[in-house]
Design a protein around this ligand. Structure first.
Ligand SMILES: Cc1cc2nc3c(=O)[nH]c(=O)nc-3n(C[C@H](O)[C@H](O)[C@H](O)COP(=O)(O)OP(=O)(O)OC[C@H]3O[C@@H](n4cnc5c(N)ncnc54)[C@H](O)[C@@H]3O)c2cc1C
Length: 401
């Protein structure tokens, strides 16, 4: 008896969520009904973008690779790196690559993630301006800072990060780790405004300034100035002030890489992202979208945990199950800069009866001598989580080192 033909599943994008999707599909597809081809434009197999900043403390690209490498040796899985998809031809069920190759699919999964959004600041194209999204970005940043340090041995390299969110603080930490005199410049009236309220922002600013990083809040960057060679030399602010600077990192948000879906006529969300239903299916029943490219429940999630949930859902749905996306963990942590921030619950205490508790102290309790800022916004659920966290911390404190 002849075997039924395998479903050809093509995944566009070889990032964190694509990796999770392939893992989930191979785990569930015990009869080997699907053959999977993953097409990624980066030169590396999927890596841990969340821990990209550890590159500056010596983690190698190979150490950042995700999961069991054997996944890519599976007979039913083909990973093609350095391959960019430039077009979808939905009627023919074909994707076209940057070298004009046409790859047919029975089912397509869009996992193209996001790109860094750069605001239209004059001078943003100058040499010495970077974004902070990929291994190529951080390698280029490190090379440039090292080059500037050689060019100016008499002084510290001066670095500025535009953006005072979580990513901005990570990039600030990276610049500082490279020995740069670092400033974080944010438009909002406080740091990480999405995660903490005014009081939390003030505490965090104090702690971060204590690490030697300058913080400018409520500051709009008006212009980046370059020398005759096109290299960044200073930044002008809307206030009329000016800072000398050698390197600028934009950490001003992300934009879903929805261009393939958009050009192919898939439904797109009002603020971008390929619209999907609760099963992560797009307006084309032969195409799922997962991760940061997807607009689900009207929202694009810029975090990895919801993307992983979508990956599991899409894999199950492809095999005939019907799990629904009902939300995901959106708690966040600030990594690096030696500060641990936890913010969870109703972040601005808008729920009736919600209260805010804040604690900031030299963390001799559960993080050995590291500054710890807890911003705990307590509604019913978060209060329970807080109790669990506190109990865990007490247990860790009691445990022998
Ligand atoms: C420095 C940093 C720190 C972060 N920290 C956290 C954190 O602490 N917690 C958290 O939850 N999240 C964090 N994130 C966000 C997290 O990394 C993302 O949510 C996650 O990577 C999303 O996965 P994804 O697969 O949707 O997108 P990505 O990981 O971006 O993968 C998409 C891939 O698709 C490729 N691609 C795009 N278009 C094409 C095309 N046309 N053809 C081929 N390939 C294409 C891209 O090059 C990319 O490799 C952080 C991100 C950064 C940059």
């Amino acid at each position: 008896m002849t075997q039924p033909a395998r479903t050809q599943v093509v995944v566009v994008g070889a990032g964190m969520v694509a990796q999770k999707f392939v893992e989930a599909l191979r785990a569930k597809d015990v009869d080997g009904r699907c053959a999977i081809t993953v097409l990624g434009e980066e030169s590396l197999a999927p890596y841990d973008r969340v821990h990209l900043t550890s590159f500056f403390s010596g983690t190698t690209p190979q150490e950042l690779l995700l999961g069991d490498p054997a996944l890519w040796d599976d007979d039913l899985v083909t990973l093609r790196t350095s391959t960019r998809v430039t077009r979808l031809e939905r009627p023919e069920q074909v994707v076209v690559t940057d070298v004009g190759e046409r790859i047919a699919y029975d089912h397509l999964v869009l996992a193209t993630g996001s790109s860094a959004a750069v605001p239209p600041v004059e001078g943003r194209e100058s040499t010495g301006c970077f974004v902070y999204r990929t291994l190529d970005d951080v390698e280029a940043l490190r090379t440039y800072v090292a080059d500037r340090a050689l060019a100016h041995p008499e002084r510290q390299v001066r670095g500025a990060v535009i953006g005072g969110g979580l990513l901005g603080l990570e990039a600030g930490g990276a610049l500082q780790a490279m020995g740069a005199d670092t400033a974080v410049v944010g438009f909002a009236d406080r740091l990480i405004p999405v995660q903490v309220d005014a009081g939390g922002g003030e505490d965090l600013k104090r702690i971060i300034e204590g690490t030697g990083v300058h913080v400018r809040t409520s500051t709009a960057t008006a212009r980046i100035n370059a020398d005759d060679d096109g290299r960044v030399v200073s930044m002008d602010y809307a206030s009329g002030e000016n800072d000398p600077v050698d390197v600028v990192v934009f950490a001003t948000g992300i934009r879903p890489r929805d261009e393939l879906g958009r050009e192919a006529g898939l439904e797109i969300g009002p603020r971008g992202g390929v619209v999907v239903d609760a099963h992560c299916l797009t307006s084309d029943p032969a195409i799922h979208a997962i991760g940061e490219v997807a607009c689900i429940q009207g929202e694009v999630w810029g975090l990895v945990a919801p993307g992983y949930t979508m990956a599991e859902i899409a894999a199950a749905h492809l095999l005939g199950e019907a799990p629904d996306f009902t939300g995901a963990d959106s708690s966040t942590k600030l990594k690096l800069m030696g500060v641990d921030v936890a913010s969870f619950g109703d972040a601005f205490a808008t729920t009736p009866g919600a209260a805010t508790r804040r604690g900031s102290h030299r963390g001799r309790t559960h993080h050995r001598h590291r500054p710890v800022l807890h911003v705990l916004h307590l509604d019913g659920r978060a209060a329970a989580a807080h109790r669990t966290l506190a109990a865990g911390a007490r247990r860790r404190h009691r445990a022998p080192a």
